[in-house]
Design a protein around this ligand. Sequence first.
Ligand SMILES: *Cc1c(COP(=O)(O)O)cnc(C)c1O
Length: 406
Amino acid sequence: MDYEAYFASELDGVREEGRYRVFTDIKRHRGKFPHATRFVEEGTQAVTVWCSNDYLGMGQHPTVIEAMHDCLDECGAGAGGTRNISGTNHYHVELEAELADLHGKEAALLFTSGYVSNWAGLGTLASKIPGCVVFSDALNHASMIEGIRHSRAPYKIWKHNDPEDLDRMLSEFGPEVPKLVAFESVYSMDGDIAPIAEILDVCEKHGAMSYIDEVHAVGLYGPRGGGIAEREGLMDRITVIEGTLGKAFGVMGGYIAASSNLVDFVRSFASGFIFSTALPPAVAAGAAASIRHLKASDEERDAQKDRVRQVRRKLDIMGIPHLDNPSHIIPVMVGDAHKCKRISDWLMDNHGIYVQPINYPTVPVGTERLRLTPSPVHSDGDIDALITALSEIWSQCELARMATAA
Ligand SMILES: *Cc1c(COP(=O)(O)O)cnc(C)c1O
């Protein structure tokens, strides 16, 4: 086989479908985010990032950075091993205690990313509980889907955010069948939020375990940043809460929080946990500092809500269509893959505004969009520049506007 020719022709196919990914090469500057420098062939360009998942700017928070510097100087660069073989640093242990406390659970377990925590967490539970059947929300993240598939357990996909459909599916299985229901709280592309209480009612009725991905909610919602389940007083009813340290917490890593026995079970059987080097201690120290800060401070959450409101209000004034949702994610709807890419390129080239176009297969064809994530670090000036530029391109591309807000 001509391997090189095969790779090249497959890539051509991706390009023809308009799905080829070109990464934007930037340097974020500590203290200046969302402002960054973009690297292009001709040189560099100053840009404002509008599509980051560093939702609260914690990636540059002085407390987080100081904790990381101190730990790096104290402990050195890497963990030096898997958790079982010399790699458990005291900073990991402290971080796991912080996470268990955040979610009101007995224990928590760290992974190298949120992706791995879902893949290994769901994969281990579904494969190691004999006869387990998984019930997965139709819009679950790739990491959950891969974990479920990898488990080889039978699975059913229930209609997105539809507890009645879930109820019907669970009813097909007797009380003796172990069941695992997997869903998210805030869905990242539409920014909609699951009816968690209703889903838990259904889970409890059928004796099913519940597994929630709060990746887009931890740090952001609830009085201590414990997520939507904390805000709604539901954490104690959920079997497993999964989250990331890489989005609102601004660092890197993933975790699950649950009962001591469940966490010990995953710790003891999950290949993706056991056979992988532990996170660098400085990363754990930074994440713990970020979590501690956000447990005590509403300042960042309040400022983010204000920024989100401002952007929505100004989009409304200009009649630029965006999905109405109860979260911090603002999907500006374009509805055409080529236009979406063109708008994104134009914003970058002419205004230094960086918003990644979101096209198929990440979202359904016809719902192509720009996903805006306003954060406390976006100034009024940044917002005005964004809205003015969007309005200009909206006219140029002859895109439909909504009736403008009174
Ligand atoms: C980003 C994401 C993950 C993965 O988290 P990482 O820490 O980035 O690996 C898991 N679930 C959802 C819904 C996500 O959007």
